[in-house]
Write a new protein. Structure first.
Length: 75
């Protein structure tokens, strides 16, 4: 998901997404030992999205919320 898409989600939805991604990442670590990884870039994509979600949650905690709109629509 893009950052602007994540910004539209509530804190509860972000935390659910975070737990889902962490679980997938954990499972993928074990699958990598059993068989050849089908998409090696998937791990880094999940880690980046986890970092984005944690950043958004921290911004909201500090009261630094930004615009929720798609940046492509600003023009």
């Amino acid at each position: 998901m893009r950052v602007w898409e994540l910004r539209q989600l509530s804190d509860v939805e972000l935390k659910e997404r975070l737990n889902e991604l962490r679980e997938k990442l954990f499972k993928q670590a074990f699958e990598a030992y059993d068989e050849e990884t089908k998409n090696p870039g998937q791990k880094s994509k999940m880690r980046r999205e986890i970092a984005r979600i944690l950043t958004l949650l921290r911004e909201r905690e500090l009261g630094l919320e930004r615009s929720k709109e798609d940046p492509r629509r600003r023009k």
